[in-house]
Design a binder for this molecule. Sequence first.
Ligand SMILES: NC(=O)C1=CN([C@@H]2O[C@H](COP(=O)(O)OP(=O)(O)OC[C@H]3O[C@@H](n4cnc5c(N)ncnc54)[C@H](O)[C@@H]3O)[C@@H](O)[C@H]2O)C=CC1
Ligand SMILES: O=C(CO)COP(=O)(O)O
Length: 344
Amino acid sequence: MVAVCERIAVIGAGSWGSVLANTLVLNGLKVRIWSRRQEQVDELNNLHTNRHYLADFEYDSRLQATTELKKVIEGATVILLVVPTKAIRMVSRQIAALLAPNDKKTVIAHASKGLELGTHKRISEIIAEEIPEDRRNGIVALSGPSHAEEVACHDLTLVTAASENQEAAKHIQKIFMNEYFRVYTNSDIIGVELGAAFKNIIALGAGALHGLGYGDDAKAALITRGLAEIARLGVALGAEPLTFIGLTGVGDLIVTCTSVHSRNWRAGDQLGRGEDLKKVVANMGMVIEGINTTKAAYELAQQEKIEMPITEAIYDVIYKGRKIKDAILELMKREGRSEEETKN
Ligand SMILES: NC(=O)C1=CN([C@@H]2O[C@H](COP(=O)(O)OP(=O)(O)OC[C@H]3O[C@@H](n4cnc5c(N)ncnc54)[C@H](O)[C@@H]3O)[C@@H](O)[C@H]2O)C=CC1
Ligand SMILES: O=C(CO)COP(=O)(O)O
């Protein structure tokens, strides 16, 4: 049983952070959520809405929002980071300054999906660098096929809490589990975080295929061959191969490549319809993690000498202005291969 007096800090009040926070409130926990914007805090506290991120949803009135980071993390047993990947380092650094040395009682968890540009680091690696080990009790990644829009209305969702520290992972499992939100644990945090980051690249491609009018065969092929190359790079980077056929691998790949809720899929769809990338990003008004992750994965693949033809094609489209149809044609005209040879 979750201790009812337990206090949780959620850092980031976008669509995912706010819905995860609301889920914890409904599970009986005391939750404070941090946003850097006062008008968003006022809206959450007074109207119990967050319209820019989730239209037509009313949050539980017990959810308390504030712009004061110190107030949010004070007395929290869990600090859950749900900001875009590019903000993780800065936010972690601010949190570290507020945590006491030699006080290892706070579990640091995150539910973000991406890799840091430049360093190519996973999110738990960034957190580990910024929050000294003596100020935390484990780092957990909460990940899996889960859209805020569906969790908000209590649709069935299954995710994974991954950590090298299984006690910390079990703690996150315990506070989140309810009749519509089921949480597994996993010790392969490398595989879980890499699957989460890389699936967004393939989702951009799946959206583009849709925007261009291609059908289900093309979508199935992209998901399958996408999974093969994600796993290839993931294993080279230290992940367990089986993790990629779990919730945070193929599970998240399926949902992100097939759901209209996915911002990555929607961005790809608009690109496929001929929209300009800058306009797509500006109009989304929410993070499209796959854009930065495509660059990070492309560079990692070069560094590790791993063949990732789909990622390379998407990189060429996003970063070199290549026409999507030309990139697809080149993929299709690649020399014939054995599926057995390319699955490794
Ligand atoms: N929306 C969803 O259904 C899911 C999202 N995720 C992941 O969760 C992470 C956050 O996603 P969303 O909540 O959807 O994003 P969002 O775009 O809806 O919200 C992001 C939030 O972070 C804040 N933010 C942006 N830049 C910041 C910065 N530099 N410093 C501090 N705060 C900043 C924004 O003001 C906003 O409150 C992403 O990595 C995403 O991939 C994971 C699973 C599901
Ligand atoms: O990670 C997600 C679903 O599991 C959310 O995907 P998007 O960021 O593309 O909306």
